[in-house]
Design a protein around this ligand. Structure first.
Ligand SMILES: [Mg+2]
Length: 463
């Protein structure tokens, strides 16, 4: 079964350069272990650097508290799950669900404007700990620590803690000391890259991680499996570290040349050629190498930093790694028998609801008050069906995240995250190896998506 999913037709034969993000794309993490470590480091910093009460140290990490695509409302202390139209479909405050009526009162029926700085999104797995911890801290403030700062301050403090943890080396040191706990080695990736290089593809990296961390991870995850290259420095055409994505894609920052032996840096004189760099920008990169934008396929996992901004500013082709997809597809298969039962029950409701509407219309238009008995009977029948559907939906949802359900859907609608994937990623998959196991000559064809009006025309179904 092919495990690369296509939104827009993409012919790999036309792709000469393949760009890779490093963290969570080229190099896979044990996300649970890494986010647990980020959670612990943030708690420590909250107490030591930001004066939070020691009671926060008791908060236990729970990976399931957050999924990708969720939105943090920093001002109200809520977490939101949006539909493709950015309408709120599920929400929570602290660790409790917000019921539909309260949610309606709080937000009316407005669509969320994600460019508003009052909102923050879980764009990458690196934000799972942040979002879950925000919910825990809101809960703690409401229940027993009212002196904690306002919700938006808590969110900003957490973002600062996470930034510091990345910058001051706390997270990197944790990884360096126990690398096998955090990083997943994947021989298939290295095998695939060497095969793609044989076909003339040039592979480059654009990562926001600094040179030393990049070296740590690539020495560990790439070098042991190389057959035709002496090290990752030889394997990759160009490695750009500390790239400051998404700025890399739209700004005009200068490249520094990095000496891979000791990490020392010099100003880049002349054009970008094979080697290791720091900083830079997409325009200089494509101009110096003389590559057309659509000859480049860039693969990343950060829906905003890697994919959305890139698609808006450059014409590179895009591929998104969605590590949650593998489990989600497995769960969809498990949920299939329940979904069939739900569909059958929903179909049973249709003729009953039509009959109710007809009887009510007759009552209004022809004053047929004698319809009341039958109407009540039918309403009861609908209620009985709903009573069967409710537990089935809960049983189905239990197969996915217990708090937030599916990553790609909210109810029957696409989630906002799924909309971004469809809109901005030409192809997507659960891991890089899924792409590299396919031929470098693959022609990915997009499928015809039925539009709502087409579903009524029988002959177009199943095209
Ligand atoms: Mg990444």
């Amino acid at each position: 079964m092919r495990r690369v999913y296509v939104n827009r037709t993409l012919n790999l034969k036309r792709i000469n350069y393949i760009g890779l993000d490093m963290d969570h794309t080229l190099v896979r993490y044990n996300s649970h272990n890494f986010e647990a470590s980020a959670h612990a480091i943030m708690l420590k910093k909250l107490v030591e650097d930001f004066g939070y009460p020691k009671s926060v140290l008791k908060l236990k990490f729970e990976f399931n508290r957050s999924i990708r695509g969720l939105v943090v409302d920093k001002n109200l202390g809520n977490i939101l799950k949006l539909s493709r139209h950015a309408a709120i479909r599920v929400s929570s405050h602290g660790l409790k669900d917000i019921d539909f009526n309260t949610q309606k009162k709080l937000y009316k029926s407005t669509y969320i404007d994600l460019s508003d700085p009052g909102y923050d999104t879980v764009d990458t797995t690196f934000s799972i700990a942040f979002c879950g911890l925000f919910a825990q801290l809101v809960e703690l403030k409401d229940s027993s620590e009212p002196k904690m700062p306002e919700y938006n301050r808590i969110a900003d403090d957490l973002i600062r803690c996470l930034d510091r943890a990345h910058r001051d080396g706390s997270l990197k040191n944790a990884v360096a000391q126990n690398i096998e706990q955090f990083i997943v080695k994947d021989e298939a990736v290295v095998r695939g890259l060497e095969r793609y290089i044989k076909h003339g593809k040039k592979i480059f990296i654009v990562t926001n991680s600094d040179f030393h961390y990049t070296k740590l991870l690539l020495d560990y995850a790439i070098n042991p499996f190389l057959k035709n290259h002496s090290s990752w420095v030889d394997l990759f055409e160009i490695v750009i570290t500390s790239a400051q994505k998404p700025r890399f894609f739209f700004d005009n920052l200068k490249f520094l040349k990095v000496n891979p032996k000791d990490g020392s840096m010099t100003n880049l004189e002349g054009p970008v050629t094979k080697g290791v760099y720091q900083g830079g920008c997409a325009t200089t990169f494509t101009d110096d190498l003389g590559v057309a934008a659509d000859e480049i396929l860039y693969i990343g996992d950060h829906i905003y930093g890697d994919i959305v901004r890139l698609k808006k500013d450059c014409a590179w082709r895009t591929a998104l790694v969605v590590e949650e997809l593998e489990a989600e597809i497995k769960n969809l298969e498990l949920a299939q028998p329940i979904a069939t039962q739900i569909n059958a029950l929903m179909q049973e409701k249709v003729p009953i609801e039509i009959e109710i509407d007809d009887l009510v219309s007759e009552k209004i238009e022809q004053n047929k008050v004698e319809n009341d008995g039958r109407i009540s009977e039918l309403i009861k029948q609908v209620g009985d069906i709903d009573k069967k559907v409710g537990p089935l939906i809960r049983e189905q949802q239990k197969l996915f995240n217990p708090y937030w359900g599916e990553v790609m859907r909210v109810g029957i609608e696409d989630s906002y995250f799924a909309y971004q994937v469809e809109r901005f990623a030409c192809i997507y998959m659960s891991k890089l190896a899924d792409l590299l196991e396919l031929s470098p000559r693959t022609y990915f064809r997009s499928v015809r998506r039925p539009q709502a009006h087409e579903l009524t025309i029988e002959s177009t179904q199943g095209w």
